[in-house]
Design a protein around this ligand. Sequence first.
Ligand SMILES: NC(=O)c1ccc[n+]([C@@H]2O[C@H](COP(=O)([O-])OP(=O)(O)OC[C@H]3O[C@@H](n4cnc5c(N)ncnc54)[C@H](OP(=O)(O)O)[C@@H]3O)[C@@H](O)[C@H]2O)c1
Length: 308
Amino acid sequence: MVTGAGGALGAELVTRLGAPGTPPGEPGDAVVGLTRAELDVTDPAAVRAAVRAWASASGDGAGDGPAVLLNATAYTAVDRAETDPDAAAQAHAVNADAPGLLAAACAEVGARMVHVSTDYVLGPLPHGARRPLEPDDPTAPAGVYACSKWLGEERVREALPDAHHVVRTAWLYGARGANFVRTMARLARERDTLDVVDDQHGSPTWTADLADGLIALGRSSAPAGTLHAAGGGGTTWWGLARAVFDELGADPERVRPCDTASFPRPAPRPAWSVLSDASWRAAGLAPLPPWREALHTAVRHHPELLLG
Ligand SMILES: NC(=O)c1ccc[n+]([C@@H]2O[C@H](COP(=O)([O-])OP(=O)(O)OC[C@H]3O[C@@H](n4cnc5c(N)ncnc54)[C@H](OP(=O)(O)O)[C@@H]3O)[C@@H](O)[C@H]2O)c1
């Protein structure tokens, strides 16, 4: 079961699970993808009813695979959540409370849950060290979105101590919806030069790669716990913007580096959130492709990404 099936990651999960014959989809998968219109995850009674209905359909032989709920819902307007109290309340309801409701419903029917979280919950390493971050590195969520996502992680761990996989990812871009890659492609057409932040480091992640990884995790017998999964390696927003120009056949020198202070935003962003794939490998899972290779694959399969 996929919640948030209308989002960038959720749609990819449903597509890849539901397309017969396309790896990693396998015959026998019975996929229930629920968009926000079909299931509001902040509604406790609706969550319970939906999970029960899905579990009993699976028990009737509708699906042969393990009963795994993949939660791809989120309130993701991080800046609005800082400045608008209603948005902050919504972030809390969707990102903190709803994962707890979903996890409790999974516990009732004996299902496992894969819950997606974010690099924003992580804090700086001691002594200013910079190396790819592991799940047990210090957390220090700053801002409404980050705090709500951290609470969501905790509620899932509490409700499903032996049957959860909390997966932190970063810098997602997908075939649908607005994202940084699309924005850079549009700006490449609209402007001669562009200033892009070069002091925030992270791991750009193609949603299709993450979806494949999450599906593999759901099928695996990896023990419960918290894992990191993101595009391999790291770069800055400036580095990613240059790569988009490169894919467009435009001159990357048109992208100029600047610092975070030049682009003040309401929500704080981590300066360093390159994620390590060591936990993913240790769970017996294939690491996601390196971010630069993934971008090339993404635009080859979805050339519309470069239309902005
Ligand atoms: N995007 C990133 O760069 C990034 C980075 C790190 C981690 N993540 C995490 O990755 C996951 C997937 O993110 P994404 O980029 O795919 O986000 P997205 O495109 O914004 O998708 C989130 C989905 O959740 C739905 N949703 C919101 N409130 C809901 C509710 N009350 N009930 C049911 N559905 C609801 C949204 O529906 P509406 O569109 O109708 O509101 C949307 O379809 C999230 O957990 C996010 O925190 C994202």
